[in-house]
Design a protein around this ligand. Structure first.
Ligand SMILES: C[S@@+](CC[C@H](N)C(=O)[O-])C[C@H]1O[C@@H](n2cnc3c(N)ncnc32)[C@H](O)[C@@H]1O
Length: 277
């Protein structure tokens, strides 16, 4: 028996669910030998810009909650557009010791509403209504609780999932909140997705990353349902002026994959048009 299989047998003793999960392999059959060849990378701090969020993290959050350096560049990329919005509403799933909520408080406008949601009743201690920080206690997989939070404070411009990190939790919260709790335009960010590769966090048949990969096809639903270029060509009699697609396709402009983070950009699309110059 290979060493890999003996480790897996031991893991299954502790995590019986692992037995039914598909083996994770790097699917690289179409990747050229040039691109699959191993290369060494090193930890290089100069690659991560010291932006405002990172500075704030070092002051307020780092002692309470470790975060990978590369997250700060991604936060800045997606959140800076909301920075000065007085009416911004942000929801974070997972409060712990309130570290990231303090960081958002410092980063966004004073009047922006910051809401944290956590299953641990002790997190209520981090509520500070004077600073527009509110905490709701409940389970991120309880859709009636999520509905209550969205009704009370939403719809949100930013939703960030840094909660329990199991694949089922990530998927259930996304399905509910993306449809019912997120503004258009809005940003839904799921972090710490490295956990999808670790058995203790796998409690569904499909990882969140696999789920998100399948949604890339949903982004292209127009072309799956209309299999001719003429359906999109301006001026053609066959050109489609309207189409029925899923709400996800209609409402999603982009899905961005990073190391351990996926960002969904919600923004209503219109029927695509091809135009010749
Ligand atoms: C990684 S910590 C959050 C850290 C925080 N966002 C920060 O950066 O400072 C994860 C939190 O998720 C909470 N959590 C775990 N399972 C949950 C669930 N099912 N619903 C809601 N919160 C949950 C835990 O109680 C814990 O406080």
């Amino acid at each position: 028996m290979g060493i890999g299989r003996s480790i897996k047998r031991k893991l299954i003793r502790f995590y019986p669910d692992l037995a039914r999960l598909p083996k994770r392999r790097l699917a690289n059959s179409d990747l050229s030998p040039e691109l699959t060849r191993e290369t060494e990378i090193v930890h290089d701090m100069s690659r991560f810009p010291a932006n405002d969020l990172y500075r704030q993290f070092l002051i307020d959050t780092a002692k309470d909650m470790p975060k990978p350096h590369h997250y700060f560049e991604i936060y800045e990329q997606w959140f800076s557009r909301f920075r000065n919005r007085v009416d911004l509403k942000l929801l974070e799933i997972g409060v712990a010791r309130g570290g990231s909520l303090k960081m958002w408080r410092q980063y966004f406008h004073d009047k922006a509403t910051i809401v944290g949601l956590d299953i641990d009743p002790g997190c209520k201690a981090y509520e500070n209504a004077d600073e527009n920080i509110f905490i709701e206690i409940g389970d991120q997989t309880d859709t009636s609780f999520l509905e209550h939070v969205a009704e009370k404070f939403g719809p949100f411009d930013i939703i960030l999932d840094d909660g329990g990190h199991t694949t089922a939790q990530q998927t259930i919260s996304f399905n509910h909140l993306y449809a019912n709790g997120l503004n258009d335009p809005g940003v839904y960010l799921v972090e710490d997705l490295q956990t999808n590769y670790w058995p203790e966090f796998q409690d569904a048949d499909q990882s969140f990353i696999d789920f998100a990969k399948s949604l890339v096809d949903r982004l292209h639903e127009f072309y799956i349902k209309n299999r001719s270029i003429h359906s999109f060509q301006k001026g053609r009699p066959e050109q489609r002026r309207s189409m029925k697609v899923s709400r996800f396709c209609a409402d999603t402009r982009s899905i961005s994959f990073y190391d351990s983070i996926i960002v969904f950009e919600k923004r209503r699309k219109s029927v695509p048009v091809l135009e010749r110059g």
